[in-house]
Design a protein around this ligand. Structure first.
Ligand code: FES
Length: 293
């Protein structure tokens, strides 16, 4: 039913541009950023240690347990098992929502509008499940089931919006993934060494791919210039030493990448930056991307 799909996506497209949500978005963002300061806990919630966002796999716990409970509620004498699953989902919701808020606080404004409604729908669903547990504990199984199915309805709406955030708005995806496909195989000429200013972040383009170039003496580090988090130009960021390693700090949300290997030192980015090999011959620097083409 293409008409139905376009109605739903049209509504979500309008939500992306609903500027009336912005005061709420700004207030919530302030609270989240104050509660989750940059550091190890926040990076752990982003999923820096995992290599991709932590929030999506964590959602499997509440969605899985609550869906299983919905199936069991269709069968006789399953209230106890269903209650256990609902309680497990409520416990799993806590780290899931913490990871989600951490990611949300570093998104574009259109993504944050959709994300706010996504989180509200899911939080409403969670409240329904808490009410369901209370009803079941009080011996009113039927009321508990009604609350559960109501909760699942909100979770489904929230899940749809979460999918929209990822697949239509590219939140949480690796924005540097295309580099390995776009850059040609083999060595490519970058520039004469003398044309590269010493100690500055430079943007150069080779075969249509934007590169971040950092020369220190005769040593040249080259990463893709498009930040893996949301696509900022890293060459407009800043240089920083971290644990004895040269790093680049993204100008938009502060993700920090090692120049030596592109590894993420500080989130919100979770995917490493593509790192190019360099060679100097006859005063000219060339670059090669391992595995390109
Ligand atoms: S674009 Fe967000 S940290 Fe680089």
């Amino acid at each position: 039913m293409p008409g139905s799909a376009s109605t739903v996506t049209g509504a979500v497209d309008r939500l992306e541009n609903a500027g009336t949500l912005d005061p709420v978005v700004a207030a919530v963002r302030k609270v989240v950023r104050r509660a989750l300061r940059p550091g190890r806990v926040r990076d752990a919630l982003h999923g820096v240690w995992l290599g991709h966002p932590l929030h999506p796999p964590l959602t499997d716990i509440p969605i899985g347990t609550w869906t299983a409970a919905a199936v069991l509620d269709l069968l006789p004498r399953t209230n106890r098992v269903a209650s256990t699953l609902i309680a497990a989902g409520c416990v799993g919701y806590v780290p899931t929502i913490a990871a989600g808020w951490a990611d949300w606080s570093e998104l574009h404004e259109q993504q944050q509008r959709v994300g706010l409604v996504h989180a509200t729908a899911v939080a409403t669903g969670f409240s329904c499940y808490v009410a369901s547990l209370a009803a079941r504990a009080g011996g009113n199984t039927m009321r508990g089931r009604v609350w559960s199915y109501l909760g699942l309805s909100f979770i489904t709406v929230g899940g749809y919006l979460g999918g929209h955030l990822s697949y239509r708005q590219s939140a949480g995806v690796n924005h540097a993934e295309n580099v390995a496909h776009d850059f040609p195989e083999g060595w490519q000429r970058l520039a004469p060494l003398d044309d590269l200013p010493d100690g500055e972040l430079q943007r150069r383009t080779v075969s249509g791919v934007a590169l971040l170039v950092v020369r220190r003496g005769n040593h040249v580090d080259v990463l893709a210039d498009t930040c893996s988090h949301l696509g900022a130009p890293l060459s407009e960021g800043s240089f920083r030493a971290h644990a004895g390693q040269g790093c680049v700090v993204c100008p938009w949300h502060g993700s920090t990448f090692q120049l030596a290997d592109g590894a993420v030192v500080r989130g919100p980015a979770t995917a490493p930056m593509p790192r190019f090999e360099t060679r100097l011959a006859d005063g000219v620097v060339s670059v090669m991307l391992p595995g390109a083409g």
